[in-house]
Design a protein around this ligand. Structure first.
Ligand code: ATP
Length: 350
């Protein structure tokens, strides 16, 4: 039985720039595909900073805390002292330690490859992004950023990657590291990976140095299945894999935390988001490509056990992207946001 109610409430953060345009059509599509969710609109980012003087208002945090589910458009971070990245703040606040980025070739979307099906599972809270940096002296003659890798953090993300593989019928997990140079921190991550792999004998396991991984991803992406890695490498490699399928415009993502697969305490918070930015250059022009957010919403439906609706969404998106008339301009098509959305909705009814 699903742990989710028939119609769960989801905090919806439309976001900045093109965010509101792509959020509106995504909501429309979820509904048309038969997704049963109640949206609770809250704000964050530049818009919230202007309206409430805070890019992450308490009401938004409360809403996510209550619902444990969120769909988020791109957020701008106000420039100026005291404002930190809202995305980072949300990840820390809800301990969203697993960043999951599936990248699958979408027929019709211009790309160099036709056979990519990779999921990057990135640790989201540790490593060089733990936020521990300082200048070594008052003259700023040097600066240090410290990478923290813990056994706890490594184990939970690697277990997550294997559980993901098991539940999604994936065959292989590749752990990416630089343990030949960073022998302690990355060595720890690799050691934990080898220990965890023994618990999943049905799933192949290998490890690869990050520089070799970057090269092999470009030369033969088909050799990869699930990749699990630390924060910095995951940040870079997940954009690389998005590039293999046509760019950030079509890439969905999930940030998950808490009690995943029985690890950790209490509930589990899940936030789904498009990985592209606010695209201020095209905001308000009606030409934004909403695919990334739509596919993120489909991941949300998978997560809340509404897989049939999620599959319907993905199938309809595929149909619309195949056709020049309904594919958006950033992907070489002729459609604006409205024409694309209409194409997806038509495909849904067909
Ligand atoms: P931010 O400062 O929020 O990161 P950015 O413009 O620097 O914004 P992106 O928003 O990722 O970074 O955009 C990079 C380029 O890709 C821009 O030219 C933008 O117009 C384009 N782009 C990004 N997302 C989309 C989208 N969903 N649809 C169409 N074009 C997009």
């Amino acid at each position: 039985m699903s742990q989710f109610s028939e119609c769960p409430t989801v905090s919806l953060i439309a976001g900045d720039g093109i965010g509101p345009e792509i959020a509106d059509v995504t909501v429309k599509l979820v509904e048309a595909a038969g997704g049963r969710v109640q949206w609770e609109r809250v704000s964050a980012g530049m818009g919230a900073a202007e309206q409430f003087g805070d890019p992450l208002p308490a009401a938004t945090v409360e809403s996510i805390k209550k619902n444990q589910l969120a769909l988020k458009g791109p957020l701008g971070t106000p420039i100026g002292a005291g404002f930190r990245s809202v995305n980072v703040a949300l990840r820390q606040q809800f301990d969203l330690y697993a960043n999951v980025r599936p990248t699958v070739t979408i027929p019709g979307v211009p790309s160099r490859y036709s056979n990519v099906d990779i999921v990057v599972v990135r640790e989201n809270t540790e490593d060089l992004y733990a936020g521990i940096e300082h200048y070594v002296d008052a003259r700023r003659s040097a600066a240090e950023s410290i990478a923290i890798i813990t056994r706890f953090g490594s184990e939970r993300i690697i277990v997550y990657a294997f559980e993901y593989a098991r539940r999604h019928g994936r065959k292989k997990v590749t752990l990416v590291h630089k343990a030949n140079i960073l022998k302690l921190s990355n060595g720890l991550f690799l050691d934990v990976g080898r220990e965890v792999a023994k618990r999943y004998p049905e799933i192949q396991f290998d490890d690869m140095i990050v520089d070799a991984t970057a090269m092999k991803l470009v030369v033969m992406p088909e050799r990869f299945d699930v990749i699990v890695t630390m924060n910095l490498f995951g940040d870079i490699l997940s954009d690389l894999t998005a590039g293999l399928i046509g760019g950030l415009g079509v890439a969905p993502a999930a940030n998950l935390g808490g009690n995943l697969f029985g690890m950790g305490e209490g509930g589990s918070c899940a936030m789904f988001e498009a990985v592209h930015g606010t695209a201020p250059d095209i905001a308000g022009k009606g030409i934004a490509n909403p695919t990334g957010l739509m596919l993120s919403a489909a991941m949300l439906l998978d997560h809340i056990d509404q897989r049939a609706a999620a599959d319907r969404m993905r199938a309809a998106i595929k149909v619309a992207l195949l056709n020049d008339e309904t594919r958006t301009r950033d992907l070489g098509g002729k459609a604006d946001t409205k024409a694309y959305t209409e194409g997806v909705l038509r495909a849904l009814k067909a």
